[in-house]
Design a protein around this ligand. Structure first.
Ligand code: UDX
Length: 436
């Protein structure tokens, strides 16, 4: 099939390349000419495992191309909208500027029978309004939320847990569903659950899923706060409650909390939308989820300052990690960099290292010092703070080797990803999050 993908960020670039990899002819469109130039050369503009391979293959096959011209969407049967919906400047709600601009630019190039498939995360009610604008062209709007995780984006796009499609009622909706099933033919062949809903449900599925995941993380981080005053160990607690299949162990990783381009902004946008709808109280707990999450960043910093004897002034603190999570170079709302910036604000001489995210981090926080080599970053440190659980730190960093590099063997494990026994046995003073 011929497809267009408007917006070539994390979502769109991966979607375009993944759709080409399953046999479609795809044009990716973005207003950012530097990004389009990079993609056209077959170079991934950001780090995402597996993306480079399918991009190279797609571009070489001729099935995948990129342009800044929305007019080139003409002739595609399905047009995916994958532009960003950032947090508004006032912090209240999602900014729909890019979604509206993408739809405006697309409208003159739509033909009757085309499908416009919204993938961006939007406030409930957006699809209904967009459908009215698309209707005069004879095209059909569907809402097809995306649940990909960064670091697993290619896999999640090609082989998702489930597909959700919000469609209009009646034959138009049935036809649209059929076309989406053809688009996602590989997942459909594997009998991936394909849930067909109305627009509002499809929009809500996405924000509800992210709200639930954020709540799960903040729940365990709230338990970490209680563990801290009782001497309990939150990681054992998580293991023990996680064995209950109704609860499950995933997303019960206590630590410095969640960040990234989705969870923090999506829960805030959901709260704002619920308030607009007069149902603010229904999701009032999300304010608490956000507050707990932000407190954990503060807590990690406090643990470092305590370990330094009460003051960070003039002390070298090595921060292991800058990305908001491993397998990504994304630093949007990264708890790791938040902690690094706070420590610098307290007078510490902060050195940040990360296997993939240093360039992005340096652009946004040029005031911090960076070091590519973990060993060099650790040299003469007065304290070490682990904030992104890359394998480079979790598995490959031997406590004995690190001990030989630092000035003082003090480590704060902001992700509870190290084995305290092993680090203590090598002479380290180890502090975790919600662990004795
Ligand atoms: C999330 C959703 O998982 C995905 O379905 C949606 O499409 C986009 O938002 P992503 O932002 O890529 O994906 O990251 P995710 O793996 O969900 O992690 C989010 C944050 O939570 C990270 O900062 C991670 O470190 C943190 N986290 C995750 C924890 O602190 N503890 C956990 O147990 C799990």
């Amino acid at each position: 099939m011929k497809l267009s993908v408007i917006g070539c960020g994390y979502l769109g670039a991966v979607h375009a390349a993944a759709m080409a990899s399953i046999g479609h002819e795809v044009v990716g469109i973005d207003v950012d000419s530097a990004k389009i130039a990079s993609l056209t050369r077959g170079e991934a503009p950001f780090f995402e495992p597996g993306l480079q391979e399918i991009l190279t293959e797609g571009v070489a096959s001729g099935r995948l191309r990129f342009t800044t011209e929305t007019s080139e969407a003409k002739g595609a049967q399905v047009h995916f909208i994958g532009v960003g919906t950032p947090q508004k400047r006032n912090g209240k709600g999602a900014d729909l500027t890019y979604v509206n601009a993408a739809v405006d630019a697309l409208l003159p190039h739509l033909s009757p029978g085309d499908i416009v498939a919204g993938k961006s995360t939007v406030p409930v009610g957006t699809a209904e309004a967009l459908a009215e604008r698309v209707a005069p062209t004879g095209a059909t709007l569907v809402w097809n939320p995306e649940f990909l995780r960064e670091g697993f984006a290619v896999q999640d796009t090609i082989d998702p847990d489930r597909l959700v499609a919000g469609v209009p009622e009646g034959p138009e909706g049935e036809r649209a569903e059929g076309i989406l099933r053809e688009v996602y033919h590989t997942a459909v062949a594997k009998e991936t659950p394909f849930i067909v809903t109305d627009y509002a449900t499809a929009e809500l599925v996405k924000v509800a899923a992210n709200a639930f995941l954020a709540t799960k993380i903040s729940f365990i981080n709230a338990m970490a706060e209680i563990a801290e005053v009782t001497g309990a160990d939150v990681t054992q607690l998580a293991d023990a409650i996680g064995h209950d299949a109704r609860i499950g162990r995933r997303f019960l990783g206590a630590g410095i909390g969640f960040g990234g381009g989705c969870l923090p902004k999506d829960i805030r946008a959901f709260s704002a939308r619920a308030e607009e709808l007069g149902r603010g109280e229904s999701v009032a707990f999300l304010h608490e989820v956000d507050a707990i999450n932000l407190r954990r960043r503060e807590r990690a910093v406090t643990l470092v300052v305590e370990a330094l004897g009460g003051s960070a002034v003039g002390k070298k603190v090595t921060v292991l990690g800058a990305a908001f999570k491993p397998h990504s170079d994304d630093i949007r709302d990264s708890p790791a960099l938040d902690a690094a910036v706070r420590l610098r604000g307290l007078g510490a001489n902060v050195v940040v290292t990360d296997p993939e995210a240093i360039d992005n981090a340096r652009r946004v926080h040029p005031q911090l010092a960076y070091e590519r080599s973990t060993d060099e970053a650790l040299r003469d440190a007065d304290a070490v703070l682990v904030v992104t659980e890359w394998d480079e730190y979790r598995r490959e960093l031997a406590p004995e080797r690190a001990a030989a590099l630092v000035r003082t063997q003090t480590i704060v494990d902001g992700r509870n990803c190290l084995d305290p026994k092993q680090w203590r046995a090598a002479g380290w003073e180890y502090r975790g999050m919600g662990r004795p």
